[in-house]
Design a protein around this ligand. Structure first.
Ligand SMILES: Nc1ncnc2c1ncn2[C@@H]1O[C@H](COP(=O)(O)OP(=O)(O)OP(=O)(O)O)[C@@H](O)[C@H]1O
Ligand SMILES: [Mg+2]
Length: 319
């Protein structure tokens, strides 16, 4: 069986192949055109093209000498000061190969570097800037010390929008000859929440059985509830049909195996979209936050969520 990950197989090799993130890609393309790249900091949530963009930038810039002028280190493997003293310095101080103006070092997951390592890095960034430019990648820029931030051009990668993810998922489905229907695609977009990697992995997992990828298949493989089922449960509770809403809850937990933590989070998401009065919504959201916290602390999911449903019924009729 071919176990190749589609996220790697379909990682765009060049800046031109990256979908979405237009303004960032525009700036990076200018760097390539002018043959000049400052030290950069890429920050943003998972699966939003940070590593892809860093590699594509270097590939576009170096062409044939990419292999000799580019190095990627993952700071979550080696987080201490030794990695800066040894690997980073050794790479940074040697002259670039071919006619490349400088080398590029990508430090992925740089927010995992210890504070000592980050302090050592700031000297290296300055001393060897002529021969090496760094691209630091992180999820949270607040974990990068200010002196490093001030040495970098900062790019914040937002979550990808549904158009970008939908386009890519459909492209891959076509290439891989996966039958993906509209409900399956919408389910992938709902669950991915702007994370391209998650969307592609979900498509690959959902298609592994060789069947048509529908919303039922996608929600089942992700172990999440169909938002329509959640919505129905919430509507029943707010209309005062408590028994029926409990039936739905039991079906989600016992028959579909959705975990209570996920259920509480999905309920929160649907509550935000319900058409009820602002004051009712606020009262229920407050309760829902409490329920989510208690479930996280180990309280029984079924008891907590049924209490929330009861609360919704009681709120009914309130101004
Ligand atoms: N804009 C994009 N266009 C097409 N594919 C993309 C795009 N962004 C991400 N991908 C796909 O998603 C995968 C994950 O993206 P990437 O590794 O760039 O995420 P990341 O932002 O570095 O996430 P993390 O913070 O988790 O490391 C890539 O291998 C690629 O297949
Ligand atoms: Mg990455």
């Amino acid at each position: 069986m071919n176990m190749e990950l589609w996220t790697e197989k379909y990682r765009p090799p060049t800046l031109g192949g990256i979908i979405g993130q237009e303004s960032i890609i525009e700036s990076l393309t200018k760097f390539v055109e002018t043959n000049n790249v400052p030290h950069c900091l890429f920050a943003g949530p998972p699966g939003t093209s940070k590593t892809t963009a860093a590699m594509a930038l270097a590939r576009d810039l170096f062409g044939d000498t990419f292999g000799r002028n580019f190095m990627e280190l993952n700071a979550s493997d080696e987080r201490g000061i030794d990695v800066v003293r040894n690997q980073i310095k050794t790479f940074a101080r040697t002259v670039p190969a071919g006619d490349a103006p400088f080398k590029i070092l990508v430090l992925d997951e740089a927010d995992h570097l210890t504070s000592d390592a980050q302090h050592a890095l700031r000297r290296t960034m300055e001393s060897y800037a002529a021969s090496c430019r760094m691209i630091l990648i992180c999820n949270y820029s607040s974990r990068i010390i200010p002196p490093i931030q001030s040495r970098c051009a900062i790019f914040r990668f937002p979550r990808l929008n549904n158009d970008a993810i939908g386009e890519r998922v459909q492209f891959i489905a076509k290439k891989e000859k996966v039958a993906l229907d509209a409900t399956g695609k919408d389910a992938i977009l709902y669950l991915a929440e702007g994370d391209m990697r998650f969307a592609i992995n979900l498509l690959q997992a959902a298609s592994s059985a060789g069947e048509k990828v529908t919303e039922t298949v996608v929600y089942a493989i992700a172990g999440k509830a169909n938002p329509k089922a959640i919505r129905e449960m919430l509507d029943l509770a707010s209309e005062g049909d408590y028994e029926a809403s409990l039936e739905n809850l039991r079906s989600l937990v016992y028959q579909q195996g959705v975990s209570p933590v996920d259920l509480a989070r999905q309920m929160h998401r649907e509550l935000l979209r319900m058409e009820i009065s602002e004051s009712q919504k606020m009262a229920i959201l407050e309760k829902s936050a409490e329920v989510e916290f208690r479930i996280g602390e180990g309280a029984s999911g079924e008891i907590q969520i049924s209490a929330l449903l009861a609360h919704m019924g009681l709120e009914q009729g309130q101004p």
